[in-house]
Design a binder for this molecule. Structure first.
Ligand code: FYN
Ligand code: ADP
Length: 569
C-alpha cells in the first residue's frame, strides 16, 4: 500500500475500501471519476487495481454486469452521486433482471443534509431509490463497517440467484481514518460466497421419471446454465440423454451450435411438439412466450421440469411438474448420476423428426447465405462474421439491435460457452460498448461487437474508452440509415421521420478520431478483409458496414409486440 495520503499508523476509508475489494480477489473497477470518488479512482490504480474509466456511467455499469456474468465474481461499478448514480442504475437494474452479479458503489451527499432536504451538492436519497431496483442495497457510514459492507454486498450479489447490489458511501466515509492494524483486521475475506445448493433426492427422481417416460423430450438451456460454468456436465447430460436441445441466446455455444442435437434451426417445431420440456437456467418469460399460446402447441400437451437456483421461479407462468431447485452444477451432476449407465436415449422417431426439419432449414439458410446481393444485406454481411467466428471460436461476440440482433443470433454459430453477450432479458439497447470493454478486459480475447446503427448510438462515445485502453475490440456497425430500416418518410414534410438517421453516416470516423482504425465496408469482401485485419492486429477498429436501407423489418422478429401490429392480428 502506498502511504502518500496517510500516516504509517492509520488507514482511511478510501484505502479500507480498496483493501476490502482486493482481499476478496476483486482486481478491476469500472467507473467514472468525480466528486466524491475521484481520489478513490486514483488510489485504486496506485494500489494495483485495474481502473477502467468510462465516458458515461451506464456503460461502466454494463461493463461491471458483463464482467460478473463472465467471471462469477461481482463486477464493480463506481460512480459519483445523484446523476452519476442514476446513470449507473439502469445497468444495475438490467444486471438484476438478467441475474448477473454486480455491485454499484456510489458516493453520496451527507446524510444529515439529504435527510433534512437542505439542498446539498447532488443531493439525493440514493439508497431509497436503489432499493426496489436491485437485489440488495446497503449503506456504510463508518470506516470500521466497510469490511462488513463489502462482504454483505458480495454475498448478496453472487449467492442464490445472482443480481445487482447497491452500496452507498457518503462522502464523509472516505476521509475517516482508523488505526492501520485495527482497520485491516476489520475487513472480511468472504468464505464460500456462492455456496452450492444441493437438490433434494426426491426432486431429482421426479425429474428423471418424467424424462424417462417422455416421448418427445426437449431441453432448453438458458444463460443461467452458461453462468453456472458446469459446461462439461451439461454437455454430458445432453449427449447421454440424446435429447434435442435449444439454447437461449446467451446459452449459445455451451455446446457448439453445430452439435447434432441442437434444434435451433427448427425451434418452432421443437417447442410446439415436445411433450416434456426441461428448462435449465432459463425462465418461461416473454422470450419463451410465457409457456403459452401457439408457440407451445396444443394446450395441455406439455409437462415441465425446471432446474433453477431460485425456489420461487417454478409456476411463475405455467405449472411446473418437476421443479429441481439447486445450483445447476449440482443439479445436472445429480441427474447424470441418477441416469446411471443404462439410460435409454430419447426416442428415435422424435430425434429423427427434429433432425430432418433442422437439416431442411439449414440447407435453406446455406442457400440464402451463398447469395451476394448489392447492396449488402444482413445475411451477406453476417455470413462473413459467421466464418470469422468459426475460425476464431474463442472470440467474444457482443450483439445488439433489432434485425442485427435477430439475424446474428441465428446466423452466427457459437462454439464455446459464454462467448455471446447480448441484450438479454429486457431486450435493452446500449449494452454494446460496455459489454465489449468488459469482455476484452476480463478475457483478453478478441471481441466482435455486432451493432445495429441505432443500438450503437446509445454507447458510441465509448469508442474513445476502447482506444484509450487499446482494447482488441472490432465494432461492426450495420448501417442501414435508421432504426429497423432507413426508408421512412415524414408524410407532412419538414423534419426527418422518427426512425431515420443522417444518410450515409461516417461511423468509422468516430474510431479514427481517437486513433483507432476506421473502415467502410460496402461488400462482403471488404468486410472480410477489415475484420480479418482487426482480429489479427488486435487494434481498436470500427467497420461501417453499409447495409441495404430497405432490408429489415419493424422490430425484427418481435414485430408482434408492437401494439398496432398486435391489434391487427
Ligand atoms: C434459427 N433458425 C435457423 C437457424 N437458427 N434456420 C436455419 N439455420 C439456422 N442456423 C430458425 C429457427 O428455427 C426459427 O424458425 C427462426 O430461424 C428464428 O430463430 P430464433 O431467432 O432462434 O427464434 P425466434 O423465434 O426469433 O426466437 C424468439 C425469441 C427471440 C423471442 C427468443 O426472438 C429473441 O431472443 N428475441 C430477442 C429480441 C430482442 O430482445 N430484441 C431487442 C429489442 S428490438 P422457426 O423454427 O420456423 O420459427 C426492438 O425493436
Ligand atoms: P434466458 O434468458 O437465457 O432464458 P434467464 O435469465 O431467463 O435465461 O434465466 C436464467 C435463470 O438461471 C434464472 O432463473 C436464474 O435464477 C437461474 N440461475 C442463474 N444462475 C444459476 C445457477 N448457478 N444455478 C442455477 N440456476 C441459476
Amino acid at each position: 500500500m502506498t502511504n502518500e495520503t496517510q500516516s504509517a499508523e492509520t488507514i482511511d476509508g478510501f484505502h479500507l475500501l480498496i483493501e476490502a475489494l482486493k482481499l476478496n480477489d476483486i482486481d478491476t473497477i469500472f467507473g467514472l471519476p468525480g466528486i466524491p470518488i475521484t481520489d478513490l479512482t486514483r488510489m485504486a490504480q496506485a494500489e494495483g487495481m485495474r481502473m477502467i474509466s468510462f465516458r458515461h456511467e451506464q456503460h461502466a455499469g454494463n461493463a461491471a454486469a458483463a464482467a460478473g456474468f463472465l467471471t462469477q465474481k461481482p463486477g464493480i461499478c463506481l460512480t459519483v452521486s445523484a446523476p452519476g448514480f442514476l446513470n449507473g442504475l439502469t445497468a444495475l437494474t438490467n444486471a438484476t433482471t438478467n441475474c448477473f452479479p454486480m455491485i454499484l458503489i456510489s458516493g453520496s451527499s451527507e446524510r444529515e443534509i439529504v435527510d433534512l432536504q437542505q439542498g446539498d451538492y447532488e443531493e439525493m436519497d440514493q439508497l431509497a431509490i436503489a432499493k426496489p431496483l436491485c437485489k440488495a442495497a446497503y449503506r456504510v457510514l463508518h470506516a470500521e463497517d466497510i469490511g462488513v459492507g463489502i462482504a454483505r454486498a458480495i454475498r448478496s450479489a453472487v449467492s442464490g440467484r445472482p443480481g445487482g447490489v447497491y452500496l452507498d458511501l457518503p462522502a464523509k466515509f472516505f476521509a475517516q481514518t482508523m488505526e492501520l492494524q485495527a482497520g485491516l483486521k476489520s475487513l472480511i475475506k468472504v468464505v464460500d460466497p456462492a455456496p452450492r445448493q444441493i437438490p433434494a433426492p426426491d426432486a431429482v427422481q421426479r425429474a428423471l421419471d418424467l424424462l424417462k417416460n417422455a416421448k418427445r423430450p426437449l431441453i432448453i438451456l438458458g444463460k443461467g446454465a452458461a453462468y453456472a460454468q458446469a459446461d462439461a456436465d451439461i454437455r454430458a447430460l445432453i449427449e447421454k440423454s440424446g435429447i434435442p436441445y435449444l439454447p437461449m441466446s446467451m446459452a449459445k455455444g455451451l455446446l457448439p451450435d453445430t452439435h447434432a442435437q441442437s434444434a435451433s434451426a427448427t425451434r418452432s417445431y421443437a417447442l410446439a411438439e415436445a411433450d416434456v420440456v426441461m428448462l435449465v437456467g432459463a425462465r418461461l418469460n416473454w422470450l419463451l412466450s410465457h409457456g403459452k399460446g401457439k408457440t407451445w402447441g396444443t394446450p395441455g400437451s406439455k409437462q415441465y421440469i425446471q432446474v433453477d437456483i431460485s425456489p420461487i421461479e417454478a409456476d411463475s407462468n405455467v405449472a411446473i411438474a418437476a421443479p429441481l431447485v439447486g445450483d445447476i452444477g449440482s443439479c445436472v451432476g445429480a441427474l447424470l448420476a441418477g441416469m446411471g449407465n443404462s439410460w435409454a436415449k430419447a426416442p428415435a422417431d422424435w430425434t429423427q423428426a427434429v433432425a430432418e426439419r433442422k437439416d431442411k432449414n439449414l440447407t435453406k439458410m446455406a442457400e440464402t447465405l451463398a447469395k451476394d446481393p448489392v447492396p449488402m444485406n444482413f445475411h451477406s454481411a453476417l455470413n462473413v462474421i459467421r466464418n470469422q467466428v468459426k475460425a476464431r471460436p474463442d472470440a467474444i461476440v457482443v450483439n445488439e439491435g433489432a434485425n442485427t440482433l435477430d439475424f446474428a443470433r441465428s446466423i452466427v454459430d457459437m462454439y464455446e460457452p459464454r462467448k455471446r453477450l447480448d441484450v438479454g432479458t429486457w431486450g435493452i439497447m446500449g449494452i454494446g460498448m460496455g459489454f465489449a470493454v468488459a469482455a476484452a478486459v476480463t478475457t483478453g480475447k478478441p471481441v466482435i461487437a455486432i451493432e445495429g446503427d441505432s443500438a450503437f448510438g446509445f454507447s458510441g462515445m465509448e469508442v474513445e474508452t476502447i482506444c484509450r485502453y487499446n482494447l482488441p475490440v472490432c465494432v461492426i456497425v450495420f448501417n442501414n440509415n435508421g432504426v429497423y430500416k432507413g426508408t421512412d418518410v415524414n408524410p407532412t414534410g419538414g423534419d426527418p421521420a422518427p426512425t431515420v438517421f443522417v444518410k450515409g453516416a461516417r461511423y468509422e470516423m468516430m474510431m479514427q478520431a481517437f486513433g483507432g482504425v476506421g473502415v467502410v465496408a460496402n461488400n462482403p469482401q471488404e468486410l472480410e478483409k477489415a475484420l480479418t485485419e482487426a482480429i489479427a492486429s488486435g487494434k481498436p477498429t470500427l467497420i461501417n458496414a453499409i447495409i441495404d436501407e430497405t432490408a429489415g423489418t419493424e422490430s425484427g422478429r418481435i414485430t408482434s409486440l408492437n401494439p398496432q401490429t398486435a391489434k391487427k392480428k
